[in-house]
Design a binder for this molecule. Structure first.
Ligand code: SF4
Length: 92
C-alpha cells in the first residue's frame, strides 16, 4: 500500500495489515474506517506510515492508524447525507 514504507529493506510485507485489503483503508462507511484504524494498531511501520502520508499530503484514507481528510488528521468519518438541520427551538 505504501510505496515508501514497503521500500524498507528489513520489512516483511506479510506483517503489514493493509496489504490483503487495501480498499478497506479508503472506505466510505465510518465502521469500515474504524476497522482499518484498528488494523493499523499492530502495524510495525505505523509511525512512519503516518509521517510519510502527512509529508506527501495524502488527501484521504487511513494511514498510520489515523484518518486523513483533505490532508488533515480527523477523529471520525462523517456519515454520508445531509447535515442535520438546526433542531434547536427558536425563541418566539
Ligand atoms: S500503519 Fe496502517 S496503513 Fe500504514 S502500512 Fe501499516 S497497516 Fe498499512
Amino acid at each position: 500500500m505504501l510505496a515508501s514504507v514497503l521500500e524498507t529493506p528489513w520489512l516483511d510485507e506479510a506483517a503489514i495489515p493493509c496489504r490483503p485489503q487495501p480498499d478497506l483503508f479508503f472506505a466510505e462507511a465510518p465502521a469500515d474506517v474504524e476497522a482499518a484504524k484498528a488494523l493499523c494498531a499492530d502495524c510495525p511501520v505505523r509511525a512512519r506510515c503516518l509521517a510519510d502520508a502527512l509529508d506527501r499530503h495524502e488527501p484521504w484514507g487511513v494511514w498510520g492508524g489515523e484518518l486523513l481528510v483533505a490532508g488533515q488528521v480527523v477523529a471520525r468519518k462523517r456519515p454520508r447525507g445531509r447535515p442535520r438541520k438546526n433542531v434547536e427551538p427558536v425563541a418566539a
